[in-house]
Design a protein around this ligand. Sequence first.
Ligand code: 5GP
Ligand code: ZN
Length: 114
Amino acid sequence: MEDCLFCKIIRKELPANVVYEDDLIIAFDDINPKAPVHTLVIPKEHFSSLNDITEAQHALMGYILLKIQMIADKKGIAESGYRIVLNTASDAGQDVFHIHFHLLGGRRMTWPPG
Ligand code: 5GP
Ligand code: ZN
């Protein structure tokens, strides 16, 4: 059993505002939102980062993107726009080592990112 913050959320050992859940993934609002909509979408299987993803997960990765599209619609930001962020390792500022897709929206984003 993984001693991992997001695995604990998956196991309901820690509370979270869950916006979507099925057998493969769970989506919950970020505890420290950086935009009016800031939802984290994660696979239930533990992978530390994108660097641990292999060909065996290619369908899972596509599935997550389709569910993000659905959640963006549910959150009302599909038309106004949104950004997906997948921080990987230290230069990107990854803090939690369970792969997670940030879904950000509800405000104008700047480019390039900081
Ligand atoms: P990272 O910097 O690893 O890409 O993003 C980790 C994200 O997880 C951050 O945006 C942070 O606010 C969020 N986070 C950290 N701990 C918790 C928690 O206990 N609950 C929730 N919902 N989000 C968390
Ligand atoms: Zn985990």
